[in-house]
Ligand binder design. Structure first.
Ligand code: BEZ
Length: 212
């Protein structure tokens, strides 16, 4: 059964490139990103994992722990990580799950048989500290993900989890945000002392509330 937004992300135990892990124990109270790629020693995946390693500090700043997954073996992962480090000029420090028996792939519905019977598609799940699925996106094997976009949606998810705001199209951290419709304008003016710009009664902007 496929997971939906708000569902509890299932726990699992897995072999990974940094040792055996229990998913929940690995996440602790952090946010998590679990993403699959079709196979080791493939070009697009090499760049994706390189980009993820390059952005490790950005993920850490946001209290996000990252895990990658493919259905290849630990031995394959080890050799491929050397290649990623060499070609992408990074050090892969996050775990890559060796899901040879497809336990995790099946749990997270990462195999889409009409795309490939054997390999995982590019699924990505963002999981909150409450272990609930906050976002998922799925790309085909031929399209590499934009990891700047993934950081951007983490920023939006973390902001909107804590304030009564939503983020408009193409929003980037630091830009004005939208006051959620559930808040009346007279209450919004009190709640958001930096100001509320009313464009329409249902379209109200305020500066990002968690910035000085
Ligand atoms: C890749 O990751 O490079 C890739 C994998 C499967 C099909 C096409 C590209």
């Amino acid at each position: 059964m496929s997971l939906r937004l708000g569902d509890i992300a299932p726990n699992f135990q897995a072999k990974t490139s940094i040792g055996d892990i229990d998913f929940y124990a690995y996440l602790g109270n952090s946010w998590g990103i679990l993403f699959s790629h079709p196979a080791d020693y493939t070009p697009v995946c090499t760049t994706e994992l390189g980009k993820t390693a390059f952005l490790q500090e950005e993920f850490a700043k946001r209290n996000v722990k990252v895990l990658a997954l493919s259905v290849d073996s630990l031995e394959k992962h080890a050799g491929w990580i050397n290649d990623i480090n060499e070609t992408q000029h990074v050090t892969v420090g996050f775990p890559i799950i060796a899901d040879e028996d497809r336990t995790v792939a099946n749990l997270y519905d990462m195999i889409h048989p009409n795309a490939s019977e054997t390999f995982t598609v590019r699924s990505l799940f963002i999981i909150g500290p409450d272990k609930k699925v906050k976002l998922f996106i799925t790309y085909p094997a031929s399209t590499g993900r934009n990891f700047n976009e993934i950081l951007r949606v983490v920023d939006s998810l973390q902001l909107t989890a804590n304030y009564s705001v939503a983020t408009p199209a193409n929003w980037e951290a630091g830009e004005d945000v939208i006051v959620v419709p559930a808040i009346k304008t007279e209450d919004a003016i009190v709640k958001f002392p930096k100001g509320v710009k009313v464009v329409k009664p249902y379209l109200r902007y305020t500066p990002q509330p968690n910035l000085d």
